[in-house]
Design a protein. Structure first.
Length: 479
């Protein structure tokens, strides 16, 4: 383990967090809020700590998979620890565990909250809540790689550990250029959504904060009813962009940069993603038709909630916890499916579902014709055995963490649906669940132990388990 490079990159991370804290501080100054002082103090803490850590430049900047996993896991933990300070210092969330929950939920783009009312919060606090979504959506380390050189060209290990999906590749030969392309597309889509929201009549603050929540597929709103109070036009715009941010960004690269339209629209993951959305919307719209005044209204709400859940955004236009059991079951299944790999969405990812399905049918063929050799392929390319193995190991790890979390959370004595959907909503970075953690409720009633477990689930789910789990392995820390 190269401890020097780990400390060095973590120092840079805190410096960047300090710089990002300037934005909510400016919002506080603009709205003449006293809480701006809290952000100023937090900026000083982050920058001072970061500058101190970066003073110790490593003798070697060599980085391998082990350092990459450790840096990424510790980065997200540190982001949450320091990012929680403004909530505590301002008094908006006096309990540090609650503040840590809210911050981890923000950075991991989960959107689960312990707050019963967000409309009473200062503008700068609400800005920081939603801004953490935007920072965590594409990954702050990806942003750092686009700006500063970190590890002598070995930044790919950081990108592999932080980016979602069973496989992570470079769009272009240089990792730094790939990071710039990803953030360029991310910013462009964000600006485009904000422009559409402004055109629909939202004020600048609401348009920006809503864009942050949509782009990061996070779900923190600045109103107690989430998106329900917005016009149908605004709801449709948010729906379209939630789904757009759930698409693998390779799709956009192939269209707008490589001009390989056939390859882009031939991506099986993207096809499956839109196929699942269309089928789910149709099933739910039929099931809830009697609850709304028209077919178009039922379709709009079904479209919104399917887009919100499969992309793991977590916004809501209605209390879907009151929908028929069939519709709720469809939404629960979508929680586990999630968005595409290489997007800002969470969940297991559509690409993994495809690989599991193809592996299942391959094994059926092998049972019938044991002498034949069958390969799993996606988009005409053979899926390497290492990828299939990692996908299967991911499922085992997922089930272990999920089961253990439900078991511990159940100590609070709440009903099974609340516990099960609460864990599902956090480990898949969804936000709301069902019953006591439904779209019109919050996670504030859980004990501090359960909240710590759910914080772990949020970070582990965002990093797809392995980086955070490796922190508990003794061999990870050997020199």
């Amino acid at each position: 383990m190269n401890y020097g490079i780990v400390v060095y990159v973590l120092g840079w991370l805190l410096e960047f967090e300090g710089l990002f804290l300037i934005f909510p501080c400016l919002v506080g100054i603009l709205y003449q809020e006293e809480d701006a002082v809290c952000f100023a103090v937090c900026i000083l803490i982050c920058l001072t700590t970061g500058l101190f850590l970066t003073r110790f430049k490593p003798k070697s900047k060599s980085m391998f998979a082990r350092e990459g996993f450790v840096i990424v896991a510790l980065s997200w933990v540190l982001l949450s620890i320091f990012g929680a300070l403004p909530f505590v210092m301002s008094g908006t969330i006096p309990s540090y565990v609650d503040a840590l929950f809210e911050t981890a939920s923000g950075f991991t783009t989960t959107g689960a909250t312990i707050l019963s009312s967000v409309e009473d919060l200062p503008k700068c606090i609400n800005f920081w809540r939603t801004f953490t979504h935007w920072m965590g959506g594409m990954g702050i380390l990806v942003f750092m790689m686009a700006v500063v050189p970190l590890a002598d060209g070995r930044n790919m290990y950081l990108m592999k550990a932080e980016s979602p999906g069973p496989t992570v590749g470079k769009l272009v030969p240089r990792v730094k250029s790939t990071a710039k392309l990803l953030y360029g597309m991310y910013i462009a889509l964000s600006v485009l959504e904000c422009a559409f929201l402004l055109a629909g009549g939202l004020n600048l603050f609401d348009a920006v904060t809503t864009t942050f929540g949509t782009a990061g597929t996070g779900g923190f709103g600045v109103y107690n009813d989430s998106i329900a109070g917005f016009s149908p036009y605004i709801q449709v715009v948010i729906t379209v962009f939630m789904i757009a941010f759930g698409v693998n960004f390779t799709f956009y690269y192939l269209i707008f940069f490589a001009k390989r339209f056939k390859d882009a629209f031939g991506m099986s993951e993207v096809q499956a993603y839109f196929g699942i959305i269309i089928v789910s919307v149709a099933l739910i719209a039929i099931n809830i038709r009697g609850m709304f005044g028209s077919v178009s209204e039922a379709l709009r709400h079904a479209f919104f909630q399917v887009g919100s859940i499969i992309t793991t955004t977590g916004f809501s236009t209605v209390d879907f916890d009151r929908w028929p059991e069939f519709s709720k079951t469809v939404l629960l299944l979508l929680m586990f499916v999630g968005a595409c790999a290489g997007s800002t969405g969470g969940g297991m990812k559509v690409s993994r579902i495809i690989i599991w399905a193809k592996t299942f049918f391959k094994e059926l063929k092998v049972m019938i014709h044991p002498r034949n050799i069958y390969k799993v392929s996606v988009d005409g390319r053979k899926v390497e055995h290492e990828v299939v193995r990692s996908v299967n190991v991911f499922l085992v790890a997922y089930l272990i963490v999920f089961s253990a979390s439900v078991l511990i959370v159940s100590l609070d004595g709440f009903d099974f649906i609340t516990n099960f959907s609460g864990v599902a909503a956090t480990i898949n970075n969804i936000g709301p669940g069902f019953n006591k953690v439904g779209p019109m409720a919050n996670f504030g009633m859980f004990s501090w132990l359960s909240k710590l477990v759910l914080i772990f689930d949020m970070i582990a789910g965002r990093l797809e388990l392995f980086p955070i789990l490796l922190l508990f392995s003794a061999s990870t820390w050997k020199k």
